[in-house]
Design a protein. Structure first.
Length: 212
């Protein structure tokens, strides 16, 4: 903000001016340079900046390392659970997309994306019962479920339930809803996620709920 204030107004701007909306031109200039607090992918702890052999910053796009990571629709990167923050064919990425920035999504999610056999759905509740719905790309109910918390991953034995709203929305027939009891020994973790998969397929996260 100091740099943008000097560039746009020839002086630094005050917190009061920002709060009153009097220096939005300075804010817009600043957001063209760096993400505002809370909006950078780095704040997740899952994003890294990469350089290699003298190729840093924007030159990384032309490096042998980037060519290896990006080959075959990012097969090498995704084999280790990484995807690019700014794929070159994406749109609406903001000013000066950074080719050196990579995000870790995990090997299961990456394998799911490459195989195009992901389950999709929603998590409605995790206490006292785990409920929601999940379908595979083939339009069938998911076959396997697991509960993921900050401290453990547990398989879920679920009972199929009717979800007529989902079936109507997707043009499906069959019970795509699920219900399961969670292990009370897991306690009430701050957050709980459910992942689903087709038989033998990779896991995909269908929803998380904060129980804190």
């Amino acid at each position: 903000l100091r740099t943008s204030g000097l560039a746009i107004r020839g002086r630094t701007v005050s917190n009061n001016e920002i709060a009153l909306g009097l220096v939005d031109d300075v804010l817009n200039h600043a957001m063209g340079i760096a993400a505002p607090p809370g909006f950078s992918r780095h704040h997740t702890g899952l994003t890294i900046d990469v350089s290699s052999g003298g190729f840093g910053g924007f030159s990384f796009a032309n490096s042998p390392a980037n060519a290896w990571l990006s080959a075959d629709n990012y097969a090498n990167a995704m084999a280790f659970g990484w995807i690019p923050s700014y794929p070159p064919d994406a749109r609406g990425l903001g000013p000066n997309p950074e080719p050196w920035e990579w995000v870790w999504i995990g090997r299961d999610a990456a394998a799911c994306a490459r195989s195009q056999s992901c389950a999709s759905g929603a998590l409605d509740a995790t206490s006292p019962l785990v409920t929601g719905w999940a379908i595979t790309d083939a339009g069938e109910p998911a076959a396997r479920f697991r509960l993921v918390t900050a401290v453990s991953t547990e398989s879920l034995t679920v009972t199929a339930t009717a979800r007529f709203d989902v079936e109507a929305a997707y043009g499906l027939t069959g019970s795509v809803g699920f219900r399961a009891s969670r292990d009370t020994k897991l306690g009430r973790a701050n957050w709980t996620c459910v992942e689903a998969a087709e038989a033998g397929g990779p896991w995909s996260r269908i929803g998380c709920l904060d129980l804190s």
